[in-house]
Design a protein around this ligand. Structure first.
Ligand code: ZN
Length: 236
């Protein structure tokens, strides 16, 4: 069994935004926005200090967590320094003495697949998963030959949620790290729904990309005929 490593999102104890500098790139094939943070990563921690946070989809780990990864010789990640501070929603407080690191998962297991091993539609250019394809499914999987064997790894098309094995999970539990939540891949809800009305609105606005339209036809969001009607209108 494999698990996504998530945190326990909770409004009182969490890591929150602290104005970071970043470069922003929009994929011209699928519209996905890719953000690359620059400099030392800043964030605020509200409430108690825990060992793990996913802050805006970015995993952050404590020094204790990092030591456990290193002591066990785990592969598939890189870390960089951060500058955490105490804080609330509206205020920034003092710097935190404990060290935290931003975790970048480098291990890979190919695109996200459904339980039958068929990849969900993803952008062929930036490789990221496409939202709003018109599908909701329970359970995801990866192709064994696409997995590079790293201890920490992620889907090409969802690269910021770490995946771990049962064995690694047990080590993390035994180490008493806090704020971890393990979501079995087989129970993960792949939610990429969209209504017909919303899809039509996107076509009208000109923000429906060819690969997305292909997915809408595949998953029955639109029929061929409904699509053609919209395209005819938009050329008027
Ligand atoms: Zn893309």
């Amino acid at each position: 069994m494999y698990y996504f490593l998530c945190d326990n999102h909770n409004s009182r104890n969490q890591a929150i935004d602290c104005a970071n500098d970043y470069d922003r790139e929009i994929c011209d094939n699928c519209g996905a926005i890719h953000i690359r943070y620059k400099g030392i990563f800043k964030f605020k921690i509200m409430g108690k200090l825990y060992d793990y946070y996913t802050y805006i989809g970015m995993p952050v780990i404590s020094e204790k967590f990092l030591n456990i990864l290193r002591e066990n010789g785990y592969t598939g990640f890189e870390v960089s320094e951060t500058a955490p501070r105490y804080g609330t929603v509206t205020t920034v407080g003092d710097p935190i003495k404990e060290k935290y690191y931003r975790l970048t998962v480098t291990g890979r297991c190919g695109p996200i697949c459904d339980m039958n091993g068929e990849p969900f539609p993803y952008c062929k250019k930036c490789k990221y998963k496409m939202d709003s394809i018109g599908l909701i499914a329970t359970g995801v999987s990866f192709a064994p030959d696409a997995y590079d064997g790293s201890d920490l790894f992620a889907f090409d098309s969802l690269y910021n949620i770490p995946i771990i094995s049962e064995k690694v999970k047990n080590v993390l539990i035994k180490s008493k790290l806090t704020n971890l939540r393990f979501v079995p891949l087989t129970e993960y809800i792949y939610d990429a729904k969209i209504t017909k009305e919303h899809a039509i609105r996107r076509i009208k606005k000109g923000v429906a990309y060819p690969e997305l339209i292909e997915a809408w036809l595949k998953y029955g969001v639109l029929t061929e005929q409904e699509l053609n009607e919209q395209l005819d209108k938009s050329y008027d």
